[in-house]
Ligand binder design. Structure first.
Ligand SMILES: *Cc1c(COP(=O)(O)O)cnc(C)c1O
Length: 381
């Protein structure tokens, strides 16, 4: 084994990206230090305009995090106790957490076994379950898991029939494509995250909300600044500190410039993984007409495979892996009293046993990727 081969592999390599843009990021940070407008400085509006140009949303509102982006949309929708909101159980906790903040009922929906995204048939079941329990359905939060947009056509059709708004949780999918549209334009409102390890990551927390609804956009701009009216000293609603830092906006402007190139690299790397792993594991399924941004490259191990042993074998070979998610939200202590579509989520439970995420970032070279694939194939025996 050469020393390069023994070197541990990074699951997400933020240092490689930084090396590419370090000079421009340093200059951007220096400009903020020079003008000193750390809150709502000129870079915030500039970044928002660039996001709108990039994704096609009429309004882009940069904010403090992906979680706060979701929460602020729910605040704008005046979500309250007694209402029911539907989201998948196979997601990061923030999707459901914000519903619980506002005292509404979460109804967990099952996911599709191939895309890992909300199953529209299970959503129908959940709506009926919620009504039977006496809860008032008001909204649905599909999640674009691992970077693949959810089935927005089917979900929006159900939502329109049932009078529900649709809030897309695009925390993992900013930049992804759904037929001829991009994430940010697929729902009433879309929330995304710029957490450092997300496909478009800042050097700290950040997020954004996208909408084509001008009135909603204005309400959101008020909520993110303590419910301001004409100023933050004129308070017309309950709000919060939901702004993005100028510094993060300045950094994200530089990162957005190389983002489409990075999305291309992620797609090239993902299809190379799939070519190598096909037949050994169930490789990710991207529906026809959609393009993922590969927040994760997640395979399904064969039924009955010993995932812990496989991960240990990979670790011995210097290959990191991760399980997103080992414990679904309906099985978490903090959420076990919320609703479950039809009383059980069999696909979610199956995925929690069998998924495995492999190293994925735009700077993963072919030699390293070969090592990952070979290690997994040998671990499978
Ligand atoms: C990361 C993530 C969030 C939360 O984003 P933060 O910026 O970390 O608050 C919400 N939903 C999903 C699906 C996520 O992956």
């Amino acid at each position: 084994m050469s020393s390069a081969q023994r070197e541990p592999i990074r699951f997400v390599d933020l240092a490689a990206q930084q090396a590419r843009i370090r000079d421009r990021v340093d200059a951007a940070i220096a400009r903020v230090l020079d003008h000193g407008q750390y809150i709502m400085g000129p870079e915030v509006a500039e970044f928002e305009a660039q996001l709108s140009a990039h994704c096609g949303a009429a309004h882009s509102i940069a904010c403090s995090s992906g979680t706060d982006a979701l929460a602020m949309v729910l605040m704008a929708a005046e979500v309250r106790p007694g209402q029911a909101i539907f989201c998948p159980a196979f997601t990061f906790v923030a999707t459901a957490e914000v519903v619980a903040w506002l005292g509404a009922h979460v109804w967990f929906v099952d996911v599709d076994a191939d895309t890992f995204n909300m199953d529209p048939a299970s959503l129908e079941v959940a709506i009926k379950s919620a009504r039977d329990a006496g809860h008032a359905p008001v909204g649905v939060i599909p999640v674009d898991l691992f970077g693949i947009p959810a089935d927005y056509d089917a979900i929006s059709q159900i939502a329109a029939r049932e009078g529900l708004w649709v809030l897309g949780d695009g925390a993992q999918s900013y930049g992804a494509r759904y037929h001829n549209r991009r994430v940010g334009t697929l729902a009433t409102a879309t929330a995304t995250s710029f957490f450092p390890a997300k496909p478009l990551g800042a050097y700290g927390d950040g997020g954004a909300i996208f909408t084509d609804d001008a009135e909603l956009a204005e309400t959101l701009r008020s909520i993110l600044f303590h419910g301001k009216g004409t100023s933050q000293y004129d308070n017309v609603r309950i709000g919060m500190t939901g702004r993005i830092d100028t510094m993060q906006a300045a950094i994200l402007i530089e990162k957005l410039k190389i983002f489409d190139d990075e999305i291309e690299a992620r797609n090239r790397i993902a299809s190379r993984y799939s070519d190598m792993l096909k037949g050994h594991v169930a490789t990710p399924v991207v529906p026809e007409g959609l393009q993922s941004v590969w927040a994760q490259y997640t395979v399904k191990l064969p039924e009955g495979a010993d995932r812990a042993a496989i991960q240990a074998h990979l670790k011995d070979e210097g290959v990191p892996s991760a399980v997103y998610y080992a414990k679904a939200l309906h099985r978490q202590d903090a959420y076990s009293h919320h609703g479950v579509a039809g009383g059980a989520l069999p696909v979610t439970d199956m995925l929690c046993e069998r998924v495995l995420s492999l190293p994925m970032h735009p700077y993963l070279d072919e030699e390293t990727q070969d090592r990952v694939a070979k290690a997994l194939i040998s671990a499978l025996g």
